[in-house]
Design a protein around this ligand. Structure first.
Ligand code: ZN
Length: 327
């Protein structure tokens, strides 16, 4: 489906063509931008952003990387998909306006499925094989905001675990975390990488549908430090920055809305909270004379992620915590 050769030497830009026959365009295709930069032997690296269309730092950062890198600047093969769910990115939404597909919940995809299922199928089965590393740059999107973070799945194998932690440290986000039970189970990009034996790392760079100078600096410097760390980027990389190594475990790390209403946070991002500490109040529109519901943190930790919109429904994630681990 890509209209450029993804294995050839040199730099090429083009599109993954996803056939889409609609009223406006009977024989048309959706153009998902793709770039290949290759210079001889070296690591094979896939960098992806725009898996969720309303997460911007990765999309801007990868665009900057595409414009600034030439083959002489790297060793190996770099393939970049700056807006993987392109229809979602154009709509500024987490999911595709065509099929409501959430690309990070649809792997391994379906060749005969909806547009987003077809993109997932192509990434997992046609694109991923042959890569050593897969990096997926997310942010909190419209509904969440994060302390800019890098993350990776838990590895039991000591050698892989050491490599993953070294990548998180190289990226150098203010916080890094290991996920015990990632959201999305086997349907995520990182699961797809795992099935192909590819080492993967992701990010959560800010959120709220916003871009800030601070979150862009984490994104752009981190991408370059990461590529230098794995031996791809030649020449100087941005200076190293420290990261706080944490983990995000199971249900007790999360606070969910117990009712629909208005979410009033009682702490902000970066707070250090204790078990039982009040996290939020839910206020009731229809019955403002009713006492708000107070929700508490189930355990101690660092407030890494917070919901953005005040309006909430039962089941919405309001916060999640992270806890320190030894490096
Ligand atoms: Zn995302």
């Amino acid at each position: 489906m890509a209209d450029i050769d993804l294995l050839a030497e040199g730099k090429a830009t083009g599109f993954v063509r996803v056939p889409h026959s609609v009223h406006r365009s009977a024989y048309g295709w959706i153009p998902v931008p793709i770039v290949r930069i290759k210079n001889g032997a070296g690591p094979n690296v896939l960098m992806v952003a725009g898996t969720h269309g309303d997460e911007w730092e990765g999309q801007i950062g990868l665009g900057q990387l595409v414009r600034s890198l030439e083959p002489k600047d790297i060793k190996g093969r770099l393939v970049i998909l700056p807006s993987a769910n392109f229809p979602a990115a154009m709509a500024g939404m987490r999911t595709s306006p065509i099929d409501e597909g959430n690309l990070n919940r649809l792997y391994p995809g379906d060749a005969d499925g909806t547009i987003t299922q077809q993109i997932a199928y192509w990434v997992e089965h046609a694109l991923l094989p042959g890569f050593d590393y897969g990096f997926d740059f997310h942010s909190g999107g419209s509904s969440l905001t994060y302390i800019p973070s890098a993350l990776a799945a838990r590895h039991d194998d000591p050698a892989r675990k050491a490599k993953v932690i070294a990548m998180l440290k190289a990226f150098g986000a203010p916080v890094s975390y290991i996920t015990g039970a990632p959201q999305g189970g086997g349907r995520t990009f990182s699961s797809a990488c795992h099935r192909q034996g590819i080492l993967s790392m992701g990010t959560e760079l800010g959120g709220g549908g916003l871009v800030t100078p601070a979150s862009m600096k984490v994104a752009e410097d981190g991408m370059r430090r990461l590529l230098a760390h794995i031996g791809m980027l030649q020449g100087p990389a941005p200076a190293a920055t420290p990261t706080r190594l944490t983990e995000v475990g199971g249900d007790d790390y999360y606070v969910y809305a117990s009712d629909g209403g208005l979410f009033e946070p009682l702490v902000d991002l970066g707070a250090e909270v204790s078990a039982g500490q009040p996290a939020a109040r839910i206020h009731f529109h229809h019955t403002p004379w009713r006492q708000p519901e107070t929700l508490a943190f189930k355990r101690a930790g660092l407030v890494l992620c917070k919901r953005v919109p005040a309006r909430c429904e039962r089941g919405d994630c309001l916060f999640h915590l992270a806890t320190d681990v030894a490096a």
